[in-house]
Design a protein around this ligand. Structure first.
Ligand SMILES: [Fe+2]
Ligand SMILES: [Fe+2]
Length: 288
């Protein structure tokens, strides 16, 4: 964020909300240029074990934002959050179209009862999105480079990724504004973020576990989807997350805040991983 604005000020609030509202796209998922897939591509798409979880997550996202809206008193913040709700609901519709069009194995699960503290549910969801999006950047790039599916399919998912990037930028700015309203100082804000990220990591682990169960214990790697994981390299994955995050964030107004904790942690991890890779390579080169 540039020094021109004070984080959490009225001017900051108006900027992050208005930009979010102004950059909303209108489209119908049914009308997108869905590609025809051959048998092999269909088998790969169907072997991905988490469509049900993705569909549920998007439906849940739309429902949380909708439920929280009446509690937002500030009109421009409420309007921006409403737009996010529209986008989340459309994500669920997009995944539904994908499931129906390609005959994917995913059924509609009932949504759980939200807690009374709907703002906390919204904040939990927001930090979860920050984590999912950051990891999703790397996974998306890996899948795209492996040509796991036709490029036309990745172009459709790119729209979804762009919207998720918008959401996390909106959320980070919303949090700064909200905490400023409550007079929370920076170290307290950082500690709170770390706690919420911890909760998001636990939820993500639960989701991965459920995906594995749905896959009947079959290893994702030995299914048709193995092509996506062939030659998987952890350091490269972290690098992709880090670089894709920078690339996708570069289009936003420098006066807006952006997620910092995960990129900073990934940057630090990368230094360690590169040193580790270098050490391992040198050890392998040493004559016995
Ligand atoms: Fe979404
Ligand atoms: Fe989202």
């Amino acid at each position: 964020m540039s020094r021109r604005l004070v984080a959490g000020s009225e001017e900051h609030k108006n900027l992050f909300c208005q930009q979010f509202i102004d950059t909303h796209l209108t489209f119908d998922p049914e009308e997108l240029p869905w590609p025809e897939l051959n048998e092999e591509e269909l088998a790969r798409l169907r072997a991905v074990p988490f469509w049900q979880e993705v569909y549920h997550t998007e439906r849940r996202a739309g429902a949380i934002v909708q439920a929280f809206l009446p509690q937002i008193e500030d009109p421009i913040v409420r309007e921006a959050a409403r737009v996010q709700g529209v986008e989340e609901t459309r994500h669920a519709k997009l995944i539904r179209v994908l499931i129906d069009k390609y005959g994917l194995n995913a059924t509609e699960q009932p949504l759980e009862q939200f807690p009374d503290d709907l703002e906390k549910a919204f904040i939990d969801f927001g930090f979860g999105e920050c984590l999912d999006a950051f990891l999703g950047f790397g996974a998306f790039k890996t899948a795209r480079e492996s040509e796991f599916l036709p490029e036309a399919m990745f172009e459709i998912f790119d729209v979804l990724m762009d919207e998720e990037t918008r959401h996390i930028v909106f959320f980070i700015n919303y949090m700064a504004w909200r905490e400023k309203q409550r007079g929370l100082i920076a170290p307290m804000r950082a500690m709170k973020s770390a706690i919420f990220y911890g909760r998001a990591v636990r939820r993500l682990k639960g989701m991965v576990g459920r995906g594995q169960e749905m896959n009947d214990g079959k290893d994702f790697n030995v299914t048709q989807a193995g092509v996506f994981l062939d030659g998987f390299n952890f350091t490269k994955f972290v690098e992709d997350c880090y670089r894709e995050n920078s690339r996708r964030m570069a289009i936003f107004d420098p006066d807006l805040m952006q997620p910092r904790l995960l990129p900073a942690m990934a940057g630090l991890a990368l230094r360690g991983l590169r040193l580790w890779d270098l050490g391992a390579r040198q050890l392998r080169r040493k004559p016995a």
